[in-house]
Design a protein around this ligand. Structure first.
Ligand SMILES: Nc1nc2c(c(=O)[nH]1)N[C@H]1C(S)=C(S)[C@@H](COP(=O)(O)O)O[C@H]1N2
Ligand SMILES: [Mo]
Length: 363
């Protein structure tokens, strides 16, 4: 399907999204909407933007070294790739970390994640055609939006290592789930880096270059880094020593029933997602009694699981009264999730992956 024949972009559905910020617009779907389909419709796909959406036309060109291509030219020059990949914000589930102590950032629930089929061309083919695939060990990207980081305003910019950029699944995309990208999701061209935190999947792409060191742009150099709990705020952070958040650890969340809802005593269906990136999800377990007894969930991988989440379902027995439903997953290396958010609290509220819990009243 060529871009010209693709469905036009669905805009974010303001009646269905939970808004975290009006301006810049940041929003997530309800857990029930999120778990409804393996591929998340663009209209309810979470939006995470650090600044205002820039005004770019459909024929906006990206500059790659000494070359440039707009969407139509990319489509003509390179084979089209359709990559199934889940995008997750490093701040997904931050609300759970904020129950331990205050953090920076919006209190995202379980919805700063979505799964889609991204249509575009392989980044590495474009770097090769521009003659810069051997020119350094990092690929730098700049976008059209200006964003604030601490006291500074600068263009959104990030980098990824060339070893990751060589993976042909890293794409410059113009569509998701067969629809052109909406402005909020990066139209006309964005990067999608499967397996990495959403921050690296830069929207509104304008420039690509290759260099020997990571990007100095504030988003890359002084944001999206993981610090130990002993560092209490960004004032105390020595940015050189923070862990750059690229690959994400295994995560799982309950999407149904709703937190704090009333349900029937006895057998209760529980549904949610789990995600282990380059590794697969090996097991998902659910408890209906706050972690005393565990039942193994049935995992639905969808058709193309390599970079995608899995959705799972499970039946647990609920006794009468207020009950805690808990989920935990392990990946194919047998690595699991921390039990409590206290174990992973960090001032910026990233990588909130502790066992997810909800409360229900069974009656
Ligand atoms: N140019 C630009 N790219 C960006 C961002 C941004 O603010 N500006 N936000 C990043 C973050 S933190 C995430 S999680 C994803 C979110 O993509 P989405 O809004 O399409 O879900 O985009 C990333 N790319
Ligand atoms: Mo993000």
């Amino acid at each position: 399907m060529t871009a010209a024949s693709m469905a036009i972009a669905s805009k974010p559905d303001l009646h269905r999204l939970i808004v975290q910020q009006e301006r810049p617009f940041n929003a997530e779907p309800t857990p029930a909407d999120l778990i409804d389909a393996h591929q998340t419709p663009q209209a309810i796909f979470y939006v995470r933007s650090h600044g205002d959406v820039p005004n770019l036309t459909a024929n906006h060109a990206i500059i790659v070294g000494d070359h440039s291509w707009n969407r139509t030219e990319l489509e003509r020059a390179f084979p089209t790739r359709n990559i199934a990949a889940t995008l997750q914000c490093a701040g997904n589930r931050r609300a759970d970390l904020q129950t331990v102590a205050k953090t920076k950032g919006d209190p995202w629930g379980v919805g700063a994640i979505g799964n889609a089929i991204w249509t575009g061309v392989s980044l590495i083919e474009v770097l090769r055609a521009a003659g810069i695939d051997e020119a350094g060990s990092f690929v730098h990207f700049v976008a059209a939006d200006e964003v604030p980081v601490e006291e500074e305003r600068a263009h959104y910019g990030i980098s990824i290592a060339m070893v990751k950029a060589r993976d042909p699944d890293v794409v410059i995309a113009w569509a998701m789930n067969g629809e052109l990208l909406a402005p909020d999701h990066g139209a006309p061209l964005r990067l999608v880096v499967p397996g990495y935190a959403g921050v690296r999947s830069i929207k509104w792409l304008t420039h690509i270059e290759v260099a020997d060191a990571p990007s100095e742009a504030p988003i890359q150099a002084r944001d999206y880094k993981l610090f130990p709990a002993s560092v209490r705020s960004s004032d105390e952070a020595d940015w050189e020593t923070g862990l750059t958040i690229d690959a994400l650890p295994v995560n799982a969340a309950i999407c149904s029933p709703n937190d704090n809802s009333h349900v029937a005593v006895g057998s209760q269906e529980v549904r949610g997602y789990a995600m282990a990136y380059a590794r697969g999800v090996a097991r998902v377990e659910v408890s209906g009694d706050a972690g005393l007894n565990w039942v193994q969930a049935v995992i639905d991988c969808g058709e193309d699981a390599s970079w995608s989440w899995v959705r799972w379902t499970c039946k647990v027995e609920l006794a009468a009264g207020k009950q805690q439903i808990v989920v935990r997953a392990i990946d194919t290396a047998g690595q699991g999730q921390p039990e409590h958010p206290e174990q992973i609290w960090n001032f910026a509220g990233y990588l909130s992956t502790s066992w997810h819990q909800i409360s229900v009243i069974a009656e």
